[in-house]
Design a protein around this ligand. Structure first.
Ligand SMILES: C[S@@+](CC[C@H](N)C(=O)[O-])C[C@H]1O[C@@H](n2cnc3c(N)ncnc32)[C@H](O)[C@@H]1O
Length: 316
């Protein structure tokens, strides 16, 4: 079942529909046989009804939990005379988390560990391993920089001990090859990856740990997820991962070898156009779950998780 475009409105519609059925039936019971079901029982039934409808409409699991408890929780809060500012604070927090839900149609749900592992397996071994920006194919993976080996170790092992720096350089530089190409080929940067709308930073953090040779960037515009991602990355103490605050639509994609997005159907056509224009030849666009109408993916990877996640791949 595809996720709804506007989960907030879908959840509200499910509550209203369930409330109308439950309280309509209660009203009929009272009018017909003078039976008055307890209010809390009716609210619990409304929650169950809204959760069932939410599941049918494709709401994410955590929305279903909210649906289940919301009517009873509001009633309890009202009975206990919970101060109004608490609702204001809760509402403020929800806005900071679901910043992109109401207008952009992109809620917060996270790539699961299986999807992240599948993503890691799809990363090329080195930057621009397909075609380069100029259209020329790069050589097969080089021996100077070994993937999976830390940058420090790569450098240490590339430089031969006991050989003077001049000779090390002289032997690394291939005669008959232009200085630019010598430099380009001697310095083989690891894969450069961006997660557009990185949420809490799970995918970039996970990949940065798996691939110390790569560079990983998360971009997030919802304030609270950004703050949490930033904190997680800071405490992780990794040098090859960062998170940027802002809208990915105003961030150039030209520097990345792989761009990953787990958004919603709404932004996919525009994102595909942006990737086509900005990403260099040979790079990879990967979308979790959402394809692009009219542009079939070059490859689809089915992830063996409970959601049966599909990863759509376009080679640009
Ligand atoms: C479905 S979550 C995916 C989170 C993360 N990429 C993952 O896979 O675990 C989508 C995220 O994209 C963010 N987002 C939506 N539109 C965005 C935009 N235009 N710029 C930056 N972030 C955006 C949302 O705030 C949300 O955190």
């Amino acid at each position: 079942m595809p996720r709804p475009r506007l989960p907030l409105l879908t959840a509200l519609a499910a509550q209203l529909a369930a409330g109308a059925v439950v309280f309509g039936a209660a009203f009929a019971l009272t009018a017909g046989v003078e039976l008055r079901p307890p209010l809390m029982a009716l609210l619990a039934l409304q929650g169950i009804g809204a959760a069932v409808l939410g599941t049918r409409f494709g709401l994410a699991q955590w929305w279903i939990s909210i649906q289940l408890v919301l009517p009873s929780a509001l009633a309890v809060a009202w009975l206990w005379q919970v101060p109004g500012w608490i609702f204001l604070v809760l509402f403020g927090l929800l806005v900071l988390v679901f910043w992109n839900s109401a207008l952009g149609g992109v809620p917060l749900y996270l790539s699961n560990p299986q999807a992240r592992a599948a993503l890691a397996a799809l990363l090329p071994q080195e930057a621009g391993s397909g075609e380069t920006a100029t259209g020329t194919k790069q050589e097969a993976p080089g021996e100077a920089v070994r993937p999976g080996v830390s940058p420090e170790k790569n450098i240490r092992e590339a430089v031969r001990p006991g050989v003077s720096p001049e000779n090390n350089i002289r032997e690394a530089v291939r005669p008959g090859v232009s200085p630019e190409n010598n430099i380009r080929e001697a310095v083989r940067p690891g894969v450069r990856f961006a997660d557009l709308g990185c949420g809490l930073g799970g995918p970039v953090l996970d990949l940065a740990r798996r691939r110390p040779d790569g560079n990983f960037t998360g971009i997030e515009s919802a304030p609270l997820p950004f703050a949490l991602a930033w904190l997680r990355l800071r405490f992780a103490g990794l040098a090859n991962v960062k998170v940027l605050f802002g809208d990915y639509r105003s961030h150039g994609l030209g520097e990345y070898d792989v761009v990953y997005a787990f958004l919603s159907p709404v932004p996919m056509p525009d994102l595909f156009d942006k990737a086509k224009h900005e990403m260099k030849s040979g790079s990879l666009l990967i979308s979790n779950t959402f394809d692009v109408p009219g542009h079939p993916a070059d490859e689809t990877v089915e992830v063996a998780d409970r959601r049966r996640t599909s990863l759509y791949l376009w080679r640009l």
